[in-house]
Design a binder for this molecule. Structure first.
Ligand code: ADP
Length: 246
């Protein structure tokens, strides 16, 4: 029986299926303050991945017993629209969405100055409108911008991007096909000014030198996203200065 031959993901001259170089991210668009009904919002587009983030609060925590006497709590919901993926996604929250909501919340907890708002809650909604890989990192990037747009004090913005290993090569910002057929996928997010990694996951295997190469490549992509976040905020507010940089 003839086996189905899949096309190569990287050409002889090091180009990817969509024509990108190995260290090239997809075209990015980042905007702040895109929704009128929330306290803060942001939109991000990375290639075909399109995501909105909205922030409400700080407001009184409900149910009251969840309130923390010395700090605010963050509630985060990462959700994919039923029409965001190939085929149709079940409309409710899947296990994957519950897990991603948790890792994104934990990443955001490291940048928000929660102690400023005792007994209150900040709600963050991430809606994936169209998914083509990299949604957890793009969602986190949009959410951190939406928090800043809401005027919530943060130590720094955070931005994230995935790096992958495809046909033995380390690539920046894999598309869904590269993610599905590649050997490894590593979403990374950082708060660059704080110098901290706020999210890092690895599916698949890399050698330690590949891991170092991947992390450096992620850092490069994050630097670009961080500048775009600051520009988006600058467009909305005359100046944006992270706390402590005044
Ligand atoms: P991330 O979006 O952060 O890369 P995954 O690696 O879990 O997260 O998912 C990779 C991609 O697979 C998603 O961005 C999306 O394009 C696709 N995908 C995820 N869940 C589904 C689903 N339920 N149905 C179809 N495609 C999906």
């Amino acid at each position: 029986m003839l086996e189905k031959v899949e096309h190569r993901l990287i050409t002889e001259d090091g180009r990817r299926i969509d024509g990108r170089a190995l260290d090239e991210m997809r075209p990015v668009r980042i905007e702040a303050g895109v929704l009128d009904r929330s306290d803060g919002s942001a939109y991000i587009e990375m290639g075909k991945t399109k995501i909105y983030a909205a922030v409400y609060g700080p407001k009184e925590a409900h149910p009251r017993h969840l309130a923390q006497p010395h700090k605010a709590i963050l509630n985060c919901r990462y959700h994919m629209a039923a029409f965001s993926v190939e085929g149709r996604k079940a409309p409710g929250m899947t296990r994957r969405e519950i897990e991603l909501s948790k890792v994104i919340r934990e990443a955001l907890e490291s940048i928000v100055i929660l102690e400023e708002f005792p007994r209150s809650a900040i709600d963050i909604f991430i809606e994936v409108i169209q998914a083509d890989a990299g949604t957890r990192t793009a969602g986190l990037t949009a959410a951190s911008l939406a928090l800043a747009d809401a005027g919530i004090p943060i130590l720094d913005l955070c931005a994230g991007i995935a790096v992958g290993k495809v046909e033995g090569r380390i690539v920046l910002d894999p598309s869904e096909e590269e993610d599905k057929r590649g050997e490894a996928d590593m979403p990374v997010a950082m708060a660059p000014r704080l110098g901290s990694i706020v999210l890092l996951q690895l599916n698949g295997r890399m050698t330690s030198s590949e891991f170092t190469e991947a992390l450096n490549l992620a850092k490069k992509g994050i630097g670009v996203l961080y500048e775009l976040q600051r520009k988006a905020l600058g467009k909305k507010f005359a100046t944006f200065t992270p706390a402590g940089e005044e």
